[in-house]
Design a protein around this ligand. Sequence first.
Ligand SMILES: Nc1nc2c(c(=O)[nH]1)N[C@H]1C(S)=C(S)[C@@H](COP(=O)(O)O)O[C@H]1N2
Ligand SMILES: [Mo]
Length: 299
Amino acid sequence: MAHRWTNDLTPADVTPRGAFLNRRQIIAGTAGLGAIALAGPAAAQDPLEPNTLEEITHYNNFYEFGTGKTDPAENADAMVIDPWSIKVDGLVDNPGDFSLAELTDGLTIEERIYRFRCVEAWSMVVPWQGFELADLLAKVGVQDGARYVAFETVVQPENMPGVRNRVIDFPYVEGLRLDEAMHPLTIMATGLYGAPLPKQSGAPLRVVVPWKYGFKSIKSIVRISLVAEQPPTTWNMLNAREYGFYSNVNPTVDHPRWSQATERRIGGGLFSSRQDTRMFNGYDEVARLYDGMDLTKDY
Ligand SMILES: Nc1nc2c(c(=O)[nH]1)N[C@H]1C(S)=C(S)[C@@H](COP(=O)(O)O)O[C@H]1N2
Ligand SMILES: [Mo]
């Protein structure tokens, strides 16, 4: 598949994986570099430096393991991810239950360094590995009449304290319009910092849609359905006024309880300042998907 999309975050922006534990020390030891990054014109708004593996895997939302930010890191180890089976059903030519290896066979895994913006107004930069969802959809064969893709997360009550405590309704479900799902920015992530996805990050397979609020990026997927009607989605069902189906990052549409104009970049030290939130999280190339739509209404 031709990749029309080019990354504005390069591999050179990635903190070497082995260096994450000593990040602050390293930054202190390379004050010149830090100063250059801060002095650059774009840096004040977005330094584009990926968060450390430690940050990415110890500040999480994964309610199946509890609602606290450190609950997933503490509890997700119990999730069984091998064997893993993914059901593909609905309006597809090749429905079935596939192992992860079968599903991903022949697909090109590449690195994508993406900004990630949670609806709670914090953000990170994450170096994912994954494949384009469009390539998977081509492989399973999308039939006429399919207009949305619905996703479902695994439910393992015995291994998931948040499921046992019914902190919200499970399974966690999400969905995308077919053209959003087919956009080359939309990936199925299988890895992080060059290693398989940690469990708290949504192992072994999760969606990453970088221009939408983080809750659209559903984790630990066991079902992918091609459907005709807009599917129900977890946060929209919980509170439709606060969480729309589209949930595109939009600094001009505030959450009813807080502003979305700015965000706090996770990570300490030199880069901890608040920064302006960008329309579509800075991924302007998706704007054409919403031509003619009122994004204050279809939020
Ligand atoms: N199954 C499932 N997927 C989920 C969530 C969840 O609670 N359960 N939380 C969402 C939210 S709100 C965010 S911000 C991201 C967080 O991803 P991260 O923990 O890898 O940063 O996962 C999303 N995917
Ligand atoms: Mo989120």
